[in-house]
Ligand binder design. Sequence first.
Ligand code: HEC
Ligand code: HEC
Ligand code: HEC
Length: 114
Amino acid sequence: MKTGTLLTAIITSGIFLSAGISMATTGEGAETITLKGGSLGSVTFPHERHQEVFIDCMPCHKLYPKEPQIIDTMKAESKLKRKEVMNMCKNCHKDLAGKGQKTGPTSCGGCHKK
Ligand code: HEC
Ligand code: HEC
Ligand code: HEC
């Protein structure tokens, strides 16, 4: 299956499965989260905006649990590779851009700010 098709399937099934609980789950976790981004500077991540757009918590939280600072913890324990989360973010943005849909940044400076 192509990534794009898989993503569409995940998003579509998410919408059907969680339609009834979307309001209850959307407010979970911080509205905006600052992620460490190495030498290029930190990444300001609009968490709630993504929850609203995707309704369910995939694909992000299949990589890591819903806990504060979990990305740093798992990277320190080598349970997440460097840039593994970043590539997941970027791939979705690129994929949607390729389909001409509204999406997030794909350039380094679009996400990383000093
Ligand atoms: C587009 C990616 C993405 C989606 C979709 C997403 N999250 Fe998150 N979530 C994150 C990131 C990134 C973090 C921060 C992890 C860290 O700080 O290391 C996080 C952290 C959290 C935390 C920990 C507390 C906090 O605010 O740091 C909770 C709780 C959480 N998410 C709940 C949810 C729920 C519930 C959903 C689905 C309704 C969801 N998230 C959807 C990316 C996402
Ligand atoms: C869609 C947002 C986004 C884009 C675009 C992006 N990054 Fe990132 N980057 C992140 C996030 C989130 C992290 C932290 C999570 C991780 O390491 O996977 C990160 C982490 C990093 C790190 C630190 C990795 C480590 O553990 O030491 C470097 C270096 C980096 N990015 C460089 C780049 C460069 C160079 C580009 C452009 C070619 C780029 N990033 C584009 C979001 C992005
Ligand atoms: C499943 C697809 C998907 C994933 C995964 C994803 N994003 Fe996005 N992102 C979007 C879409 C769609 C938008 C546009 C939302 C809107 O405003 O309608 C967006 C918007 C953004 C924006 C711009 C918000 C604004 O106000 O203009 C940033 C910054 C961003 N994403 C960062 C990230 C980071 C960092 C991650 C990983 C932790 C991530 N995204 C993961 C789809 C995704």
